[in-house]
Write a protein that binds this ligand. Structure first.
Ligand code: GAP
Length: 520
């Protein structure tokens, strides 16, 4: 492999470059761009739609295909409005918001405090990195428990957390504002501390069904896909003769009127979730919660990104339905942020639907000969965030040995939009015809792209930029010996192989099947 130097980019630069790369290469466009766009809504282009579909398929197959006791459904986005009364979203799906009177910018009060805490955590990390670079046999645990500056910062974090947790639990919005004032948090735009009071803001979008205004009624766009699973719990259990423990999986759009929608596709008002509710016997839920934590972190690690890009974050304030909850956080270019949530939701949802609908939501356990409302462990991941995590990790700017540069997306091959590029060296002499023969052999198994325009070097660069793992080049020699050049995106190494061997070689490199085997 030739020597390459990977350009070191700051988080901000990296993020900016990824966003413009997404636009330039057909991954993501601003929604309704010709009308100057709509904030917090994005369209996936031709490459993006493929990558997103591949991520969704990987999640679906690892949930539904690899678990005999998990099945998938596709519930409607519109649901009976009482669903959201029962789930608690009408009364409690709020974010505390605060405005800066000078900049007129609106913020989530809890996020302002969490960001303040993150900055102190970053200071601690810096101390650790500095010390570990200085001492050979560095003991991080010892350092964290003895260094005075670390201890002082940790004490500060603990004090804020205690105060913040109790303010949230008591829904004491005045205290939340007081914390912001005491910490001297300023508005990033105006730089002032001229804050309004903190108010609660419901995140659900509503609309009307029915054409005549007298007959119409308010319904909501679902803020999570989970409720479509809960209301179908008995339908699926009975028709599928499912025995506890079992799971129901679903992927689909969810909608939230986010106060502060920013950071590209990280926080949108319309986004896609991939959720799985696992129904278990009461009393066993915390054991299953731990199991699913492990299963899900292993799934993330199976993508091949470095382990230190992931961490667990236990929730300080548990949602109204949970008795344990954590996030799997990923280190995005703007820091560690939530990628997936794992929640032990107790029997809250089913019990509440039983009360509001008047229909029993119980399971008869043939082994124990008893009826009960199952407890639920949920895994919930945002597909768009997974997409952003994948791109953030895959994107690299490289300087090659000859001084030229390339942008490459090192997307795990089984997830790449196009798996193979078929490239005749020239547009003549029968090379395009031979190339199309090869394309016709591969296209039934893999999404391939055919390109004959521009020099081969330029075409390789373009394929690197969209993350195509393999390029097959057809030259004059091919017509004589039936051999092609196959080039690997990551190593840029090229080898000659016979056309007969191509299918097996491509399969081996890009198949989802091989990837799924890694999970077992
Ligand atoms: N059913 C549980 C639930 O919805 P959540 O933590 O609110 O839990 C789950 O959301 C996941 O959905 C998050 O971990 C995140 O990946 C994704 N998500 C939530 N809000 C989002 C938004 N505004 N934009 C993009 N993804 C979002």
């Amino acid at each position: 492999m030739s020597t390459v130097t990977i350009k070191k980019l700051t988080g901000e630069e990296l993020f900016k470059n990824i966003i413009s790369h997404c636009k330039e290469y057909g991954f993501i466009f601003q929604s309704s761009e010709i009308y100057d766009g709509l904030s917090a809504a994005y369209d996936y282009g031709q490459q993006g739609a493929e990558l997103k579909k591949n991520l969704r398929d990987y999640w679906w197959k690892s949930m539904v295909q690899l678990h005999e006791n998990i099945v998938g459904i596709d519930a409607a986005i519109f649901m009976h409005p009482t669903t959201w009364k029962a789930s608690g979203h009408v009364d409690a799906f709020n974010d505390p918001l605060i405005d800066n009177k000078d900049s007129k910018k609106r913020y989530r009060a809890d996020v302002l405090i969490e960001e303040y805490i993150s900055k102190i955590e970053a200071k601690i990390r810096k101390e650790v990195d500095k010390a570990s670079a200085r001492f050979e046999n560095f003991d991080e645990t010892m350092f964290l428990s003895t260094n005075p500056r670390v201890l002082e910062n940790q004490k500060k974090i603990d004090e804020i957390n205690v105060r913040f947790k109790s303010a949230l639990e008591e829904n004491n919005l005045e205290e939340v504002k007081q914390i912001i004032i005491d910490l001297e948090i300023t508005c990033p735009v105006s730089g002032t501390r001229n804050w309004t009071d903190v108010r609660q803001f419901n995140l659900m979008f509503s609309t009307q069904v029915g054409s005549v205004s007298e007959d119409s009624s308010t319904i909501y766009l679902r803020p999570e896909t989970a409720q479509g699973i809960f209301v179908n719990f008995l339908n699926v259990q009975k028709t599928g003769r499912m025995k506890i423990p079992f799971g129901i999986a679903q992927t689909g759009k969810a909608f939230r009127n986010e106060i502060v929608a920013r950071q590209f596709i990280f926080r949108m008002r319309e986004f896609e979730q991939m959720e799985m509710q696992y129904f278990v016997k009461p009393g066993t839920e915390l054991e299953w919660y731990e199991k699913w934590k492990q299963t899900r972190i292993n799934w993330h690690r199976s993508l091949g990104f470095p382990d230190n890009k992931y961490r667990f974050h236990d929730h300080i304030k548990l949602a109204h339905y949970a008795n344990a909850a954590c996030d799997i956080e990923f280190e995005f270019p703007f820091g560690f942020k939530e990628l997936e949530g794992i929640h032990s939701r107790t029997d809250f949802d089913l019990k509440s639907h039983e009360v509001f609908s008047g229909k029993k939501q119980q399971y008869f356990d043939p082994e124990d000969n008893e009826n009960y409302i199952p407890y639920v462990v949920e895994t919930s991941i945002g597909l768009d965030r997974l997409f952003l995590a994948t791109l953030s990790q895959a994107y690299a700017e490289e300087i090659l040995e000859d001084g030229s540069s390339r942008v490459v997306l090192r997307i795990p091959p089984f997830l790449a939009p196009y798996k193979v590029a078929v490239l005749p060296l020239l547009k003549k002499d029968g090379l395009p015809e031979k190339a199309r023969e090869i394309l016709d052999r591969l296209k039934f198994d893999h999404l391939c792209i055919y390109e004959e325009k521009d020099s081969i070097g330029k075409r390789y660069r373009r394929m690197d930029a969209i993350g195509t793992p393999l390029c097959i080049t057809i030259d004059h020699q091919t017509l004589e010996d039936n051999m092609v050049t196959i080039r690997d995106r990551d190593t840029m190494l090229q080898e000659r192989i016979s056309i007969e061997q191509l299918s097996a070689m491509v399969n081996d490199k890009v198949s989802l099947h091989n990837q799924l085997m890694k999970l077992c």
